[in-house]
Design a protein around this ligand. Structure first.
Ligand code: GLN
Length: 598
């Protein structure tokens, strides 16, 4: 461990455990607080701010401090909290980490996600080890000390110029109060030029008044002041651009100059936010305060900006309408599928497709009504899931798309259910099922992974994180990945294709196109091109690895097939499923309108 062993002593009230290798002043910190209410897009704001500094050549790393006592997000209901985002090292975390990975094009680690549960359990472990000997262990300074230690450890490990700290929840919440206290203490220890406090606030515009009001923002900014934090920057979320009058009021009541009170109104894509912040001058406000102007590379910034703006221009210019149906049970909560929505946007932008999503509730979907329910849909995704609700509808839907040549991408559960469907209807295995859903079924084509049989409890013990996967040469999947023999995919599952049924399924025509290099675990399947235009399913979660400038190949394949299904003619082979700019071949250009006829 990086931290020095001596933790506390009796002769001082100060408590600042330091990781080895920490150089005070080397790393700067930007801390983002939420006021008024949650759900303002703190993660989007904070990651956009991090991106504009990253564009300038600074090494940045984010961390989300999450108030709940769970050790990770693995056991949280996505209906309540949004999707569980899985990092390459297997950490199950808040969906904001997905926003950071996409915006910053970084693979993050468990150090980037910190819950109260982790902090408290670490403090209690140290107490049992006798490392606070002689001291009563207190919220201040010991628990806050643990938070400070975590932030500094991250700074050392990431070799960061700037650590972006996002404090979960809203100022005034009891559960986040000690995080705020920790950064207050730390700003004092590190010095004013090393800490930048940013408050994200909300300007309401009640319909009945028809004008913006700043009172809730004023009141909640006072709460922040009461916690000993004076923000250097205030960003005002609102649906429309925040008026000068309202910004003046906020500036006046919060003692923050007008040129540091910014409007952050709604826009058409989250990827527009960095440019919006840069346009308002928020980047120079931060670099001036933190005195890092000497670490800035203007040329790198210009290149990064051009590439990013090119993405936005392509996103806005995308004109070929394509509708993808997502079949699920949490269909009313878009946050449950945040990464899939993003992956569809990235792939659609690449091909010039304007992707619309149709949420199809699987609970009332049947084989008989599937044709009607999927009438205007050009491609279908059955996403990851757990439990029995809506499963029959999903299986019926998969049968319909398989038999009717509708492009299909199955994700995790969507692969397991595709295997069940194929076993039942193409291999005559009546009653084929998953033991997750029917433990005593006659044909358990999906069964627990061997290592899962020994485990107890449900927290943090699935097969999690990134694994290298071998691609079957000559498969469609291999073409999508441009002939690669190995790829790294991220997983989150307990069940797998039962190895005893692999031969039967293969004999009936199913191709397993990705496998574990060491074990008989099937990671992807497909139907050959002469049987179906695009039928691919994977045990992995490809949506987690999609980035705006690096769309995920399986999503590219789906969008391309869906465009073709909708009547758009696309020249070239599947090889053009490569990110623009990363391949010089002609086929890799996005759809050329001269070839397209919708
Ligand atoms: N419930 C399935 C399993 O545990 C699928 C999980 C998922 O879709 N993430 O294997």
């Amino acid at each position: 461990m990086l931290e020095s062993l001596r933790l506390a002593s009796d002769d001082t009230e100060f408590f600042t455990p330091m990781p080895t290798g920490y150089e005070p002043g080397r790393t700067k910190y930007v801390v983002v607080f939420g006021t008024v209410m949650s759900g303002l897009g703190k993660g989007i704001f904070s990651s956009s701010l991090a991106k504009i500094l990253q564009d300038k050549g600074a090494t940045v790393t984010p961390v989300k401090l999450e108030g709940y006592l769970n050790l990770d997000s693995g056991t949280l209901n996505p209906y309540r909290h949004g999707e569980v985002f899985v990092l390459d090292d297997g950490m199950e975390c808040d969906m904001d980490l997905g926003t950071y990975e996409r915006m910053l094009n970084l693979d993050l680690s468990r150090l980037n996600f910190c819950t109260s549960g982790q902090i408290l359990s670490s403090v209690l472990d140290k107490e049992r080890e006798g490392r606070y000997l002689g001291r009563d262990v207190q919220m201040i300074p010991h628990v806050t000390g643990e938070v400070k230690l975590r932030l500094r450890e991250l700074a050392v490990v990431a070799q960061a110029d700037v650590v972006f700290v996002e404090i979960g929840g809203t100022v005034g919440d009891v559960e986040n109060a000690y995080f705020i206290e920790a950064v207050r203490e730390m700003s004092y220890e590190e010095g004013p030029e090393n800490f930048c406090f940013v408050a994200l606030t909300y300007v309401v515009e009640p319909q009945i008044l028809g004008e913006q009001k700043s009172k809730p923002a004023q009141v909640s900014l006072k709460l922040l002041n009461a916690a000993g934090i004076h923000p250097y920057i205030i960003a005002c979320r609102a649906s429309a651009p925040v008026t000068k009058k309202v910004r003046e009021k906020i500036a006046l009541f919060a003692n923050v100059p007008m040129d540091r009170v910014f409007s952050m109104h709604d826009c058409d894509s989250v990827y527009v936010v960095p440019e919006m912040l840069r346009g308002a001058g928020i980047d120079t406000a931060v670099t001036d305060l933190l005195r890092i102007t000497n670490r800035i590379d203007a040329k790198a910034e210009e290149i990064a900006r051009t590439t990013w703006n090119d993405y936005i221009a392509r996103f806005r210019g995308a004109e070929h309408p394509v509708t993808i149906g997502i079949i699920g049970k949490y269909t009313t909560v878009r946050d449950s599928y945040a990464s899939i929505i993003q992956a569809l946007e990235h792939a659609g932008t690449h091909f010039g497709a304007k992707v619309a999503i149709e949420w199809v509730d699987s609970s009332d979907l049947t084989y008989a009504n599937a044709a009607r329910k999927l009438e205007n849909i050009h491609g279908v995704i059955v996403p990851g899931g757990f439990g029995t609700r809506g499963v029959d509808g999903k299986i019926a839907c998969i049968r319909h798309v398989r038999e009717n040549n509708i492009p299909y991408l199955g994700i995790c559960y969507g692969m397991q259910l595709a295997v069940i469907e194929y076993a039942r209807h193409a291999c005559d295995l009546t009653g084929a099922h998953s033991t997750e859903l029917e433990p005593d079924c006659p044909h358990p084509v999906i069964d627990l992974l061997p290592e899962q049989k020994k485990l107890e409890g449900l927290g943090g013990n699935m097969r999690l994180g990134g694994y290298d996967v071998a691609i079957t040469p000559g498969s469609i999947t291999a073409t999508l990945f441009d002939g690669a023999e190995r790829v790294r995919l991220r997983f989150r599952h307990r069940y797998e294709v039962n190895p005893e049924y692999i031969e039967t399924l293969e004999k009936a025509g199913l191709v397993f196109s990705c496998k574990s290099p060491e074990h008989p675990i099937m990671h992807a399947l497909e139907l050959p091109a002469d049987q179906h235009p695009f039928f691919i399913a994977t045990q992995a979660h490809p949506e987690l690895a999609s980035r705006p400038l690096r769309p995920q190949p399986m999503f590219l394949g789906l969008i391309r097939a869906a465009m073709q299904y909708s009547g758009v003619q696309i020249s070239g082979g599947l090889e053009c499923a490569r990110p623009k700019g990363e391949c010089s071949r002609e086929q890799c250009d996005p759809v050329d309108s001269s070839h397209a006829s919708s």
